[in-house]
Design a protein around this ligand. Structure first.
Ligand code: PMV
Length: 323
């Protein structure tokens, strides 16, 4: 019985659009921060009497849809590494599942690590990242602690599409506050959402055309430790991603009215001289990036708002590990 823990990551420069659906290959590189408080713990036990993999999510038998995704991933692992046997898989999230908090990222990173060890494999972090990517694209970044960049790669077989750790200026002392406005699963998952935007949004090409510039800006800002530049490019990139969703046909609105209220609060805070910046994924919740010295007062500020159900204050989190 092997247990692994992997932490969720939030992209500052987003992965939004695949060039191969089957292999989960992205159109662009993305850069993320792994968070300490959002994680998945997964136990894998190969059992001789099983004829298929079983999935239990947060203590309950998972839905057929969730189970099918995990079974497909386990099939892939068995095929690619010539392993045998089926597993009982117990997975627990420290946060709401499927609400735009990257549960699939931490989930597939933890599963890649626990399942590969259950089959007696000792894969490198690059191999694990490439494997986790095939479960959920963003999972390839969750093998690493702190900052990670997912290299889109060029090869049609995806062999060069995996994440690498990214060094940042040690003077940076950051926190990310996850503001929960709604904790029910979203209507359009990220896979369907991004495919719909690639296919129907006239703004998708503009999104792609500006990505390299955003990546370069963020890499430089991380090296120099320029917090304002990090925050600005994060917001800008997020809004461009969401511009592709609201200009798809039909439109996808991941935001709720509360989401927009929170963006206004972030703008107001900046007017008052408090450096805080937002990002939003494929769901209504808002993540606020701030500097560590401002963390406590910002937590209290957001906790006092009626739009916010819960604040999860996070720091940069660790790489995936065996428990
Ligand atoms: O890995 P997926 O299929 O859950 O897609 C994640 C997409 C975003 O969270 C919106 C962006 C990202 O890079 O994580």
């Amino acid at each position: 019985m092997i247990t692994a823990q992997a932490h969720s990551n939030i992209a500052l420069i987003k992965y939004w659009g695949k060039r191969s659906n089957a292999l989960k290959l992205p159109v662009n590189n993305s850069i993320s921060l792994t968070l300490d408080q959002l994680y998945t713990r997964t136990t894998v036990e190969i059992q001789a009497d099983l004829t298929q993999d079983q999935l239990f999510l947060n203590g309950e038998l998972a839905t057929p849809g969730q189970t099918a995704k995990v079974q497909a991933f386990m099939d892939l692992l068995r095929q690619q590494f010539d392993c045998h046997g089926y597993a009982a898989i117990h997975s627990t999230n420290s946060f709401p599942t499927g609400a735009g908090l990257a549960s699939s990222a931490s989930g597939f990173a933890a599963l890649a690590l626990a399942a590969s060890h259950s089959f007696g494999l000792h894969l490198s972090s690059t191999e694990l990242s490439r494997l986790a990517r095939q479960g959920s694209g963003s999972a390839c970044r969750s093998l690493f602690g702190g900052w990670a960049e997912w290299l889109r790669g060029e090869n049609p077989d995806g062999s060069d599409s995996y994440a690498i750790p990214l060094a940042a200026n040690p003077a940076l002392s950051l926190a990310m506050l996850v503001l929960i406005v709604e904790n029910k699963p979203k209507e359009t998952g990220s896979t369907d959402g991004m495919a719909h935007c690639v296919a129907t949004s006239p703004y998708f090409s503009a999104w792609q055309a500006t990505i390299e510039h955003d990546l370069g800006t963020l890499r430089t800002a991380l090296q120099t430790g320029d917090f304002a530049a990090i925050g600005q490019v994060m917001e800008y990139n997020c809004l461009k991603m969401h511009a592709t969703t609201i200009t798809a046909q039909p439109a996808i609105w991941y935001w709720q009215p509360a989401t927009l209220v929170l963006l206004q609060h972030v703008y107001q805070l900046r007017q008052q001289g408090i450096m805080a910046f937002f990002t939003i994924d494929a769901g209504p919740n808002v993540k606020v990036l701030c500097q560590e010295p401002d963390r406590a007062k910002l937590v209290a500020y957001f906790e006092s708002l009626s739009e916010v159900q819960q604040v999860i204050p996070c720091k940069p989190g660790p790489a995936a590990f065996l428990v």
